[in-house]
Design a protein around this ligand. Structure first.
Ligand code: 2AM
Ligand code: CA
Length: 264
């Protein structure tokens, strides 16, 4: 089985298990605090995906949220895994959470896959092969005027309430755009931009396993992902993220906010 087929099969099986599970309170644990949680199912799902990948491709590296490697070769075949992206939604809503997989050969994207588990929507993109939701091609929106934009961000508290050098910039952007939404899953929110349902995504903190799958889907759908300073989005390290539907929107943002020009 090729890597893509293996990933699709494993992600769909893991999704079936998560849809059927009944989460018990005793299975929820705090990581760094009461807003940073992990469950038995995050760990179980990551272990299942790791076993499937490494038994077929033992030379590959797996960088997963719950079992990050002590070291891995950045030049090799690497899988970035988030077994549950949107753990808070998984716990409190049992919807709006995803399994996220990004497969890279060093710095070259191979494919990204994001399963919206409860809706049974599989977003996927192969490098050079377009972006899809199940069997339907998806594409970014063509909105590039700031007052028309729908912005999505993974956490109102993290984006607008915590001290951060980019917080005032994001508050200004929020005032200028048509609307701001927060779903609570980086991977699903990047897929919303890929599918044209949101136009811009901004996050102050995102990890490689959060965004390295969906960014491939977004790029295949015609969009682009940067860090919030407008520079390249790193592959290996935590970063801010600014994802847009189109390079024209990046130009608008540069003119209006970074160079202080332009009128809404
Ligand atoms: P998670 O559900 O896998 O933890 C909303 O909380 C979004 O931000 C989710 O995609 C969540 O991923 C991610 N997130 C939560 N805490 C984070 C942190 N400390 N660093 C990076 N991403 C985080
Ligand atoms: Ca997670």
């Amino acid at each position: 089985m090729e890597r893509f087929e293996l990933a699709r099969d494993a992600v769909i099986k893991a999704g079936e298990a998560l849809r059927q599970c009944h989460l018990d309170k005793s299975e929820v644990e705090r990581k760094s605090g009461h807003q940073d949680l992990v469950t038995y199912w995050d760990r179980e799902t990551e272990q299942f995906l790791r076993r499937r990948i490494l038994s077929a491709f033992p030379q590959d590296s797996v960088v997963g949220e719950e079992y990050p490697p002590e070291e891995h070769s950045p030049s090799g075949m690497t899988w970035y895994l988030d077994p549950i992206d949107g753990t808070t939604n998984f716990i409190n809503q049992h919807r709006n959470y995803a399994i996220s997989v990004g497969c890279w050969n060093g710095g070259e994207p191979l494919f990204g896959m994001v399963l919206d588990v409860e809706r049974q929507c599989l977003y996927w993109g192969k490098h050079g092969g377009g972006a899809w939701r199940n069997q339907t091609p998806i594409h970014v929106s063509d909105r590039n005027r700031i007052p028309e934009l729908l912005v999505t961000t993974p956490g109102i508290q993290k984006t607008f309430l915590e001290d951060h050098p980019y917080r005032d910039w994001l508050i200004r952007l929020a005032r200028d755009v048509r609307g701001v939404r927060s779903l609570g899953s980086v991977a699903l929110e990047l897929c919303e931009v890929a599918a044209g349902e949101a136009d811009l995504f901004a996050a102050l903190r995102s990890s490689p396993w959060d965004h390295n799958g969906a960014r491939i889907i977004l790029e295949e759908a015609g969009g682009a992902a940067y860090s919030l300073d407008g520079g390249p989005l790193p592959l290996q390290t935590k970063s801010t993220v600014l994802a847009v539907n189109d390079e024209k929107l990046m130009e608008e943002l540069r003119k209006r906010y970074w160079e202080g020009q332009g009128e809404v």
